[in-house]
Design a protein around this ligand. Structure first.
Ligand code: COA
Length: 160
């Protein structure tokens, strides 16, 4: 059985992430979306909230599991018997960092390899940071996130 992990901060999950999730889910028996717990990034949504957002927006995809993790990604991969790590590439600027991370992970653990999926062009400029900024200023994020996430952003920023 092939088990893959798509890790990230998902603060919040965007349509760009969903695009990668849908495409990756077709390539594997089980896709575990792993929410990083101990990120140095200051979070808007709690880990539980991020997991809830991910569950809601992926509920129609049958082979998805949402989990959170801390520590090393490779340890999370080992614990879950995952043989593939999935990462989206938005632009060439992502590549240096992603290549370094993939090579480091492979040096730490040979049991899982990284595959890169190019983000669809319409989401190549998107990031969770820009979504948070637009939402915090009362802007329209409906082109960037699912309706459920849009609602939760409005609640967070009191812009309902
Ligand atoms: N479409 C749109 N945006 C996307 C995207 C896509 N397909 N893919 C990523 N992004 C955005 C995210 O929204 C995020 O935006 P932000 O910086 O504004 O928040 C940014 O790209 C990158 O985020 P993400 O993909 O979530 O990665 P990350 O850098 O936050 O986390 C981990 C990467 C979790 C894989 C990495 O930190 C990790 O493995 N940590 C565990 C510790 C470890 O093992 N360290 C050793 C690794 S070598």
């Amino acid at each position: 059985m092939s088990i893959s992990i798509y890790p990230g901060s998902f603060d919040p999950v965007t349509l760009g992430h969903i695009d990668i999730i849908k495409r990756a889910a077709k390539m594997t028996d089980v896709l575990i979306v792993g929410v990083l717990k101990n990120s140095a990034k200051r979070g808007l949504f709690t880990i539980e909230e991020r997991e809830d957002l991910l569950r809601q927006v992926t509920k129609d995809i049958p082979n998805i599991e949402i989990k959170s993790f801390d520590g090393l990604l490779v340890d999370f991969a080992k614990e879950n018997n995952a043989n593939t790590i999935v990462r989206g590439l938005r632009a060439i600027t992502d590549f240096d960092y992603e290549l370094q991370m993939a090579q480091t992970n492979r040096a730490l653990y040979e049991g899982a390899d990284t595959i890169f999926i190019p983000t669809s062009i319409e989401y190549s400029f998107l990031s969770s940071t820009t979504v948070r900024e637009i939402a915090s200023l009362g802007g329209d994020v409906s082109k960037f996130v699912a309706p459920y996430v849009e609602e939760k952003l409005k609640e967070k920023y009191n812009t309902k």
